[in-house]
Design a binder for this molecule. Structure first.
Ligand SMILES: [Cu+2]
Length: 93
């Protein structure tokens, strides 16, 4: 039965990773601070961070993520706690 157990684990792993990557949050860019590497986003609920919808400032993992972004843009993003700061780890328009 060992093979069955391994197969079950593999399926569970694939399902959980694809679920995690589908967890993008919808938001609207309210303000961009490229110098500080920060962006203010009016965002929907973020289950992972136990957060309701609100407008707040995020750090960005890389300043490059702010390039081509402007106030009013609708975005999809992922956020996580990095060194104690809520950080946008992935962002797309
Ligand atoms: Cu928030």
């Amino acid at each position: 039965m060992k093979t069955v157990a391994i197969a079950t684990f593999a399926v569970t792993f694939v399902l959980s990773t694809s679920f995690a990557s589908a967890q993008s949050v919808n938001g609207t860019v309210k303000k961009i601070d490229a110098e500080q590497g920060k962006v203010t986003i009016d965002h929907g609920p973020i289950k992972k961070l136990d957060m309701d919808a609100m407008t707040m400032v995020f750090r960005v993992a890389s300043p490059d993520m702010l390039k081509g972004l402007k106030t009013g843009d609708k975005i999809k993003f992922d956020a996580d706690r990095v060194d104690g700061a809520i950080t946008v780890t992935n962002l797309k328009k």
